[in-house]
Design a binder for this molecule. Structure first.
Ligand code: APR
Length: 225
C-alpha cells in the first residue's frame, strides 16, 4: 500500500522548533517577508543569513520526536513517501528514507549564480562565502515568491497513494496546500493537527491533537486495514 505523508511545521513543534503562524505571523520575532523573501535578502542579506544561521544552530540541537519516529517505522510495512514543507532534517534523522523537501533544506546552501550548485552546510553562512564561480552562497530555502521545483514530483506521489496523512500544517501556503486536490478519489485522508483547518468527511478523518499523540493513532488504524 502506498502512503504519502504531507508534513508542516507542526510535526516539529514538539521537538522544540517554532511553527510560523502560531505567533501572530512573526517567525522568531521577524516579519516573515523580511527574512524569507528574495526582496528581504536583497535589502539586508546580513540579517537574513544571520537568521538562518540561528535556525541552523537550533536545528542541530533538537531531536526527532515520536511522530517523526512513528512515520519512519511504518516503512517496514508500507511504501511511504514523506512530502514535507519543513526545512529541518528531522524526518531523515528519524530514519525516513524517502523525504521530499518542498521548501528546501536548512543544512544545504546554494550558489546565487547557479541554482543547481547545492552544497551541504552545517556551519554559519556569512557574506563573502562564495561558490566556485565566486558568487555569494545563500540558504537552500524556497522563499516567498520563488518557484517550488519539487511540486511536480510531489503531485505524482500523491496521485498514486491509497492513503494520505497530513500532519501539522495550516494549509495556507500554496502550492503545497493544493496537493490534496490531486489525491485519488478512492484514497483515505488523515489529518493530525490540534487546530485543524479541515473538517472530517467520509474521506477525511481528522485527529484534533498534537502530532506525537495523533500520528501513532493514525498508524494503528492503518495497520488494521
Ligand atoms: N502537532 C501537530 N500540529 C501542530 C502542533 C503539534 N504539536 N503544534 C502546532 N501545530 C499546527 C498548528 O495548529 C498549525 O496548523 O501546526 C500548524 C503550523 O502551521 P504553520 O505555522 O502555518 O506552518 P506550515 O503549515 O508548515 O507553513 C507552511 O509557510 O512560512 C511558510 O515556508 C514556510 O513551510 C512553511 C509554510
Amino acid at each position: 500500500m502506498r502512503i504519502s505523508v504531507l508534513t508542516g511545521a507542526g510535526i516539529s513543534a514538539e521537538s522544540g522548533l517554532k511553527t510560523f503562524r502560531d505567533s501572530n505571523g512573526l517567525w522568531e520575532g521577524h516579519d516573515v517577508m523580511e527574512v524569507a523573501s528574495p526582496q528581504g535578502f536583497a535589502q539586508n542579506p546580513e540579517l537574513v543569513l544571520d537568521f538562518y544561521n540561528q535556525r541552523r544552530r537550533q536545528l542541530l540541537e533538537v531531536e526527532p520526536n515520536a511522530a517523526h519516529l512513528a512515520l519512519a517505522s511504518i516503512e517496514k510495512s508500507f511504501d511511504v513517501s514523506i512530502i514535507t514543507q519543513n526545512v529541518d532534517d528531522l524526518h531523515e534523522r528519524a530514519g525516513s528514507t524517502e523525504v521530499l523537501h518542498l521548501h528546501g533544506e536548512l543544512l544545504k546552501v546554494r550558489s546565487t549564480y547557479d541554482e543547481n550548485l547545492i552544497l551541504d552546510w552545517r556551519e554559519d553562512l556569512h557574506l563573502g562565502d562564495f561558490c566556485e564561480h565566486n558568487s555569494q552562497l545563500r540558504p537552500h530555502i524556497v522563499w516567498f515568491g520563488e518557484a517550488v521545483p519539487m511540486i511536480e514530483e510531489a503531485i505524482r506521489k500523491v496521485e498514486i497513494s491509497e492513503i494520505i496523512i497530513i500532519v501539522g500544517t495550516s494549509m495556507q501556503v500554496y502550492p503545497a496546500a493544493g496537493l490534496i486536490q490531486y489525491a485519488n478519489p478512492e484514497s483515505q485522508i488523515y489529518f493530525v493537527d490540534p487546530n485543524p483547518s479541515l473538517t472530517s468527511t467520509d474521506r477525511i478523518k481528522v485527529f484534533s491533537e498534537k502530532a506525537t499523540a495523533g500520528v501513532p493513532k493514525v498508524i494503528e488504524e492503518i495497520k488494521s486495514f
